[in-house]
Design a binder for this molecule. Structure first.
Ligand code: HEM
Length: 293
């Protein structure tokens, strides 16, 4: 049913002469999710490598400072409106996506109480007798189980359920004698890629252990693409993971999460960002800790 919702959204966009999907042309040719894995089999791009090795202290200008500096350079065509556009993009991309991601993660913990118990146990191991202190960056590095819960949530409920690209040139696929012609709009449905039974056995089961290192090592590099991949992939993915960990850690340490819905009750709504038609029906019960006199 959920797949149908995504597909219906795409069809509606294709049928409407004025509608664009994520800013692309209405001339819509749908090449469903399998394409990305076929086309890119064995291929990785430079940005992903940089991303993996992106550790340690770096001296960089903050984005806003860099853009203001650029605006001062008479050799670069770049003005205040360009800065505002970029800031709007960051604000939109950074807000709705993480709010959908954290809401789905809370639903998952409310529904799968055994998993919530494991998340809480990990928090207890990290925070010990001081469960209500602020979370530090070092703490987040230890949250391995919570990280798996977040990744599994992004697998089943990717906040950006599809991406689109219009080809500027004929694209020869690496997977075989196929050429996708210039001008085609290619839709990649990460929602469907993430639920392929040949990649994820029992694909609809919420199982954070899908992200154990040994399982990840045995999967295609692009079998998990909630942040897209390549040169136009999400610039905020590390910040997003950090934000989700701090937020969910704080909520789970302070509250027990309950859900009145089961996953079978979910009615997915895919309008750019994936949501639930009837909202995220979770409730929070305050955790009681003994106070030190
Ligand atoms: C769970 C959270 C997030 C998810 C699932 C997500 C997903 C994505 C995806 C799939 C794209 C590619 C869209 C496309 O190609 O059409 C993207 C792009 C982008 N994201 Fe995120 N994102 C998240 C959080 C964030 C955050 C926190 C920020 C910034 C603070 C951010 C900033 C951006 C920007 C600026 C782009 C455009 C990059 C470009 O066009 O070169 N995202 N994101």
């Amino acid at each position: 049913m959920a797949v149908e919702v995504v597909q219906e959204t795409l069809q509606q966009a294709a049928a409407s002469s004025s509608t664009t999907v994520l800013g692309f042309s209405p001339m819509l040719t749908t090449l469903v999710g399998t394409l990305v894995a076929m086309a890119l089999k064995g291929l990785r791009d430079d940005l992903d490598d940089i991303d993996e090795n992106d550790v340690g202290a770096k001296r960089r200008l903050a984005l806003l400072d860099a853009m203001v500096e650029m605006a001062k350079n008479p050799d670069i065509e770049w003005n205040e409106k360009d800065i505002m556009d970029e800031v709007n993009t960051i604000m939109f991309e950074g807000h709705d996506t993480t709010s959908a991601g954290s809401s789905f993660a809370l639903c998952m913990m409310g529904i799968h109480k055994d998993i919530q118990a494991k998340v809480f146990a990990e928090q207890k191991a990290i925070f010990g007798d001081n469960m209500l202190r602020d979370c530090t960056f070092a703490d987040t590095m230890e949250m391995k189980y919570l990280e798996r819960v977040i990744l599994e949530t992004l697998r089943l409920y990717p906040p950006v359920p599809l991406i689109a690209r219009r080809l500027d040139y004929d694209l020869k696929l690496a997977s075989g004698p196929y050429t996708v012609p210039k001008g085609t709009t290619v839709i990649v449905l990460q929602y469907c890629v993430h639920r392929r039974p040949d990649i994820y056995p029992n694909p609809t089961k919420f199982d954070p252990d899908n992200f154990l290192p040994e399982r990840m090592a045995n999967r295609h590099y692009y079998s998990f693409i909630p942040f897209s991949a390549g040169p136009r992939s999400c610039v905020g993915r590390k910040y997003a993971m950090l934000k989700l960990k701090v937020l969910l850690s704080t909520i789970v340490r302070n509250y027990i999460v309950h859900s009145t819905d089961t996953e079978a009750d979910f009615k997915l709504q895919a309008d750019i960002i994936l949501k639930l038609e009837n909202g995220f029906n979770v409730s929070l019960e305050k955790r009681q800790y003994a106070t030190v006199a």
